[in-house]
Design a protein around this ligand. Structure first.
Ligand SMILES: [Zn+2]
Length: 93
């Protein structure tokens, strides 16, 4: 069971912490509809909580992704970690 998430900085031992600061600290993110990183992939997981992103017609999902499109972060985790990771959000023309 997930704990009810609050909008504050997660604890140091938050279960979602898996060393993401090594590759996600201070990076640029873009908010957009989920799109697989490469052909043949149909889903990805949130880098923090593991929530699945799918690309389907009736289940459009938005999330924050790195400029490369390789890493995806769900809105909930973005809100929880955005201050700590100093993400720079780019507008998606
Ligand atoms: Zn998440």
């Amino acid at each position: 069971m997930n704990k009810i998430s609050k909008r504050n900085v997660p604890a140091d031992n938050d279960w979602r912490r898996l060393g993401q600061e090594n590759y996600l600290q201070g990076v640029k993110l873009v908010f957009k509809n989920y799109h697989p990183y490469r052909i043949g992939r149909d889903h990805d997981h949130c880098e923090f909580c593991g929530t699945k992103f799918f690309e389907t017609d009736d289940n459009l999902q938005k999330g924050y992704t790195t400029v490369s499109g390789y890493h995806w972060i769900c809105i909930n985790c973005f809100m929880d970690f955005k201050d700590e990771y100093n993400w720079l959000v780019e507008d998606n023309d």
